[in-house]
Design a binder for this molecule. Structure first.
Ligand code: CA
Length: 519
């Protein structure tokens, strides 16, 4: 970071030839910045200013990396926006060298704990929630009805249970169920029901005639039940069951089943657990040019602290790491993990090509208004939230974590799809960085919202939990903000602090990633 005589602009490395305007109202033509450069036009907050003359065809450097090429002469003091930049080709997956030596581990961090709910399978929850999942969308209205009734009439009797949540989704019937791609939505639904915050007590509501058999939800990792499977049916209620005559009987049936589980869940008490039991899903949405210099590096610093404490961090969003993957592969713990990372990128390249989608569809219009010119700039800022520790594993979409440490969990960048897949992976805490602002939240797992700039954090004072914009203004360092986030994660995981989206009841739906055909 370097300061100007009059107005601050931010450079991330010495080699950057563009800087980010920090002033909350933007700067005006004639304003002076670093080295006496005078702005040649008005430039909004978060946008880039040329710090030197950049000739046509020359590289535009941010984060010490080329984010594109000037398609015209850009003079010092000019606004550098997407109309002046040609986006480079993504890194060639075939030419990225695999790691040969192992990446050094970070120094261990000891003594940090939180108060969690320890489950029989050894996992630890940060909330004590009764989840009611479904085998098909047909029953969504019924599930909503019973969840509302349980919350109003029965839940108050069980003070140690935080919530009852319907795990409705769009899958289960009217979809090709035995095609290879169906493994993704199926394992996602299966693995979500084993999320640590449900304490192993999930109920299933099925219809009866759907393709996805309710009993297969008791299996794992995309396995579909056939007739030879003996289901553990005490967790399943089928609406078409002959035993039920009329709606009230069905509702009464599931409410009785729910009460049995609520009694069990109510016995769960918070106990001291090491920070190594945290599984933190990192995500960003509605990013701006500040995200990559404030909130994401602070999240990356916190990610390192969690990994050093023996815990797990998931980072995701394939389309947002694709253009920076050449920087991530060398951080894989071995060639096998490096290769898995490349394979997830390859799978997504093919998936996008099949749909004739262009990677330039990301950034979203709001990202561009916030100063992000293209996907390369977004990616370089996005990977900052992975910190610096070795990548120990790579998960396919909807897979569950297998080991502790920093893990790449492949997901689309879509906020709710990424969140849904990170839930399936087993996250018990979610950290969400935003620059433009989004009310995103999930009812199953606490979502800490980190604002990338102080202007948003002030305007959305009751929706944002932490203002990382203080890094841009020089009030806090990345390290200080990273520690603050780490401590907030422990406090929220302990149930001592309620996040803004839970206070306000701002919760998104589960949204499955279904790359398979709909029939
Ligand atoms: Ca996202």
């Amino acid at each position: 970071m370097s300061e100007s005589d009059t107005h601050i602009v931010i450079k991330t490395t010495e080699t950057d030839n563009v800087g980010i305007i920090v002033h909350s109202g933007g700067l005006k033509k004639g304003d002076r910045i670093k080295n006496g450069i005078q702005l040649r036009e008005n430039i909004p907050m978060g946008h880039k200013v040329a710090l030197q003359n950049i000739g046509e065809g020359e590289k535009i450097i941010r984060y010490g990396q080329p984010i594109g090429f000037a398609n015209q002469l850009i003079s010092a003091g000019e606004w550098v926006n997407s109309s002046k930049i040609t986006t480079p080709e993504p890194p060639d997956l075939k030419s990225i060298p695999l790691p040969e030596t192992s990446v050094p581990e970070l120094n261990p961090l000891e003594g940090y704990t939180f108060l969690g709910f320890r489950n029989q399978d050894g996992s630890v929850g940060t909330k004590n929630v009764l989840g009611i999942t479904t085998s098909v969308q047909c029953v969504a209205g019924f599930t909503q009805f019973v969840v509302k009734k349980i919350k109003q009439e029965i839940l108050p009797k069980y003070p140690n249970v935080d919530d009852v949540v319907a795990l409705n989704h769009s899958h289960g019937c009217g979809v090709a169920i035995n095609v290879p791609a169906a493994v993704i939505p199926i394992r996602t639904i299966q693995n979500i029901s084993t999320n640590p915050n449900f304490g192993g007590e999930v109920l299933i509501i099925g219809l009866g005639c759907e393709k996805l058999r309710p009993e297969s939800l008791l299996l794992a990792n995309g396995t579909t039940a056939d007739t030879s499977v003996t289901p553990e049916i005490s967790n399943i209620m089928m609406m078409q069951d002959d035993a039920f005559s009329g709606f009230s009987a069905m509702a009464e049936g599931i409410i009785q089943m729910a009460e049995t589980r609520l009694k069990k869940l109510n016995r769960h008490k918070r106990e001291i657990c090491p920070a190594s039991e945290l599984v933190v899903g990192m995500q960003c949405g509605g990013s701006d040019a500040f995200s990559g210099i404030t909130s994401n590096p602070a999240a990356g610093f916190a990610a390192d602290l969690i990994v050093r404490a023996g815990g797990s961090v998931l980072f995701s969003e394939v389309t947002e790491v694709r253009d920076a993957v050449h920087l991530l592969v060398p951080r894989a713990i071995n060639a096998e993990v490096g290769n898995a990372l490349i394979n997830e990128m390859k799978w997504y390249d093919d998936y996008l090509m099949l749909g004739q989608a262009d990677r330039t569809a990301n950034p979203a219009p709001g990202n561009k208004t916030g100063g992000l010119s293209n996907i390369v700039e977004k990616a370089l800022g996005s990977v900052a939230k992975s910190g610096t520790s070795p990548i120990v594993d790579v998960l396919g979409p909807g897979e569950k974590i297998r080991r502790k440490g920093l893990i790449f969990a492949a997901t689309p960048a879509s906020d709710f799809i990424c969140g849904t897949l990170q839930l399936a992976a087993g996250m018990n805490m979610h950290v969400f960085m935003t620059g433009r602002g989004t009310p995103y939240g999930l009812p199953m797992v606490p979502v800490i919202k980190v604002g990338s700039n102080s202007k948003l954090s002030a305007r959305w004072f009751d929706i944002i939990d932490l203002d990382a914009g203080q890094i841009a203004t020089g009030e806090k360092t990345i390290e200080e903000m990273g520690w603050e986030l780490f401590k907030m994660i422990l406090e929220v995981a302990s149930g001592k602090k309620t996040v803004a989206c839970d206070k306000l009841g701002l919760h998104n739906d589960l949204v499955l990633f279904n790359p398979g055909p709909v029939t």
